[in-house]
Unconditional design. Structure first.
Length: 409
């Protein structure tokens, strides 16, 4: 018993020592992601029905969807999953990738105005032929950079992602080997992802560094189970592969009638549009009572456990409210205002700029960076109309209540 207690104390001490080393090595990153002052400031202002004055606000964060293509077909994915909308795209569009010179022109405009952080997404971003050059360019401007990936291509880029100074890498994993491969619909997915994490972790140790921060992101859906999450923790423990396991208690989902209400709203402000992006997330989790209770209990147990990585859960709500998260779409978690149109634009693989990080329909593009300077788009008429529409609705649109921007803060 004494030996076991000593081992737990030593393990916990080592874990926190590693965290402190990471904070000391990269204080800007931790200050940005933990404090989130830019986000909270705008939310508070919007809550007072005080819209920021035109041309007084600039993006603090930029989301780049650098390509549409992906090497997996994950069941729950809104783009390439069972209801995925990218299947409707023609081949020429699916082959597009964001050009580095064009991205750099945007960064040159935004860096002097307080841009701090860039998320790199896809598709699968590591399929981009110049992804490492992109990372290096963004880091040359002093930006914090985090790709979101399925991890299956990390092994071949392990040395480069450490050497170029990435701040974090978020890797999506859906449970233990069997569950993950079933959700990802590929028998090789889990092993390649773990090999990739191992390679980056090894390169990081070889360089004597704690960056990039390695995070596995697990989302509880009807396709995996709480048991698969427990097994994942058991498989990860002791292998020194990651720093954080981030558990999202609740997927992105939209009831059909909410999507239809969104269609009608957009028509009022922008005219009749062909909107498809929300349809990739059409789902109803009101029948997920037992799964939600198991998820809450599993998170409680894992957070109390002793692992060589931190266990973190989002959203930051009492665990007894997790079933409500799945069962009551009307509940907005007490977060009635989305600040993203004022702080965090998304640029898609074809250069279109969107005021939402998740629902990106070409008919709702605010403009295109291949055709206009970014700031002309940011302060343009369509963006102004979108922000006014959001304000007129009280801060959220019908499809917002389970968006990751609302539930992951």
């Amino acid at each position: 018993m004494a030996t076991s207690l000593y081992s737990r104390i030593a393990s916990r001490a080592s874990l926190y020592a590693g965290l402190l080393q990471g904070v000391a090595e990269n204080p800007r990153y931790y200050r940005f992601v933990m404090r989130r002052g830019w986000y909270d400031k705008i939310v508070k202002q919007l809550a007072k029905h005080d819209l920021p004055v035109h041309k007084t606000f600039y993006p603090a964060k930029l989301d780049l969807r650098i390509m549409y293509a992906c090497n997996l077909r994950c069941k729950m994915c809104g783009q390439w999953g069972e209801n995925g909308t990218y299947f409707e795209y023609g081949t020429p569009r699916l082959q597009r990738t964001l050009e580095l010179k064009t991205i750099e022109r945007v960064v040159e405009q935004l860096a002097p105005h307080g841009l701090q952080y860039v998320d790199i997404e896809g598709g699968e971003p590591f399929l981009h032929p110049h992804v490492i050059d992109l990372f290096r360019m963004l880091k040359s401007y002093g930006l914090l950079v985090k790709p979101v990936t399925n991890g299956t291509l990390l092994k071949q880029y392990a040395k480069e992602v450490v050497d170029c100074g990435l701040d974090a890498i978020h890797v999506s994993v859906d449970g233990d080997r069997d569950s993950h491969n079933m959700v990802r619909q590929a028998t090789w997915a889990y092993d390649r992802t773990m090999e990739g994490l191992s390679a980056v972790s090894t390169e990081r140790r070889r360089a004597g560094r704690r960056t990039p921060l390695l995070v596995i992101c697990f989302t509880m859906t009807r396709h995996n189970t709480a048991a698969s999450l427990r097994k994942l923790c058991q498989e990860l423990h002791g292998k020194r592969l990651i720093d954080v396991l981030s558990i999202k208690a609740g997927p992105i989902w939209i009831p059909q009638h909410k999507g239809e209400a969104y269609d009608r709203l957009i028509e009022r402000y922008f005219g009749r549009c062909a909107l498809t992006s929300w349809r990739g997330f059409t789902e109803d989790y009101r029948d997920f009572h037992e799964g939600a209770r198991e998820a809450a209990q599993t998170i409680r147990d894992l957070k109390a456990g002793h692992y060589d990585f931190f266990v973190h859960a989002v959203p930051s709500i009492p665990l007894e409210e997790v079933p409500k998260l799945y069962g009551d779409y009307e509940w907005n978690l007490g977060r009635p205002h989305c600040p993203i149109p004022y702080a965090e634009p998304t640029i898609d693989a074809d250069g279109n700029v969107y005021p939402c990080n998740l629902f990106t329909d070409e008919a709702l593009s605010m403009g295109n960076i291949y055709e206009q300077p970014f700031l002309d788009i940011w302060f343009g008429k369509r963006y102004t109309t979108f922000r006014q529409m959001l304000a007129d609705q009280g801060g959220l649109l019908p499809i917002c209540n389970r968006c990751c921007q609302l539930t992951e803060h």
